[in-house]
Design a protein around this ligand. Structure first.
Ligand SMILES: [Zn+2]
Length: 242
C-alpha cells in the first residue's frame, strides 16, 4: 500500500514498544470543511491534535505520526480496563465534514483502504478484532465521530470489529419497544460494560450519551439515547462475540 508521509509534531516524545503496547485501532472523522484544513490542523503544533494516519475521500493514505510514537487523537478516553487510549492505539482519521459541516457517506475507496490498513496493523501488532473502535465508543460524553454513517457492519464482514447475528428485518420489530424493568436495565448496562463501554460517572445524561454511542455503532437507524428492546437484544448478542 502506498503511504505518503506528512510530518506532524503533535505526539509524545517518548517512544513506545511496538511489540505489546498497541492494542486498539481508533477511527475518527476529521469534521472540518476540507482535507487541506484538516491536514493543516493535525500538523499545527499549537492545535496539539494529530493522528497516525489520514485517509482522504479518494482513499489516499498519509502518515502523520510514526506508529512507535503516541499520537494525540483520543483525548480523555476509556475502554474496558484501559484509560487514556492514546497510549495503546493507532489513530486513523477519515476525511469527512462531519455532523457540523455536512456529514456525508464515507467513500468506497476510503473504506477499502481503511480495511487494508487495519489488516496490516492486526497482523503486525496482533490487535484483536474486537478492539477496532470509534472515537465515540471510547469517549461517549464528548465525541460522536466517526458517526452513524460509518459502515461497521461492512467492516465486521471483513473480520474487523464485532457485529451481532440478527437480520435487520427481524430486529426492526423490536425498535422503540419499551423494555424497562430495573432488572433488564441493569443487565443491559452490565452487557455494555462487558463489551467495553465505561461508566465512571453515574448520572442520567451520561447514560443517554453512552446509549447514543452504542446506537451510533450498532443500531444506526435510530439514535435517540433510549434503551429499547432492540438495543437490549443487540447488546446481549454481542457479549457472546467477545
Ligand atoms: Zn475523533
Amino acid at each position: 500500500m502506498k503511504i505518503k508521509n506528512i510530518f506532524s509534531p503533535n505526539y509524545s516524545k517518548r517512544k513506545r514498544k511496538l511489540s505489546n503496547s498497541i492494542k486498539f485501532i481508533i477511527i475518527h472523522y476529521t469534521g472540518m470543511q476540507s482535507e487541506r484544513e484538516s491536514t493543516k490542523k493535525l500538523c499545527n503544533p499549537s492545535a496539539k491534535v494529530s493522528s497516525h494516519y489520514l485517509i482522504n475521500q479518494e482513499g489516499k493514505v498519509s502518515r502523520l505520526v510514526q506508529d512507535w510514537h503516541v499520537a494525540w487523537h483520543a483525548g480523555k478516553s476509556c475502554w474496558g480496563r484501559y484509560k487514556n487510549l492514546n497510549e495503546n492505539s493507532i489513530g486513523v482519521e477519515l476525511v469527512n465534514k462531519g455532523h457540523k459541516f455536512g456529514y456525508t457517506n464515507f467513500k468506497k475507496k476510503q473504506i477499502s483502504n481503511l480495511i487494508k490498513l487495519c489488516q496490516i496493523f492486526i497482523k503486525k501488532y496482533k490487535i484483536k478484532k474486537k478492539n477496532i473502535l470509534g472515537h465515540s465508543d471510547i469517549a461517549p460524553l464528548r465525541k460522536i465521530d466517526p458517526g452513524e454513517k460509518f459502515p461497521w457492519k461492512y467492516l465486521a464482514k471483513n473480520k474487523l470489529g464485532i457485529w451481532h447475528d440478527y437480520e435487520s428485518n427481524f430486529l426492526k420489530k423490536y425498535r422503540k419497544k419499551k423494555f424497562l424493568t430495573e432488572q433488564n436495565r441493569r443487565k443491559f448496562f452490565n452487557n455494555l460494560n462487558k463489551i467495553g463501554y465505561c461508566f465512571a460517572v453515574k448520572n442520567k445524561s451520561f447514560f443517554v450519551k453512552t446509549i447514543k454511542a452504542f446506537q451510533r455503532h450498532f443500531r444506526k437507524e435510530l439514535i435517540d439515547g433510549i434503551l429499547d428492546r432492540e438495543c437490549f437484544m443487540i447488546a446481549q448478542n454481542l457479549t457472546k462475540k467477545l
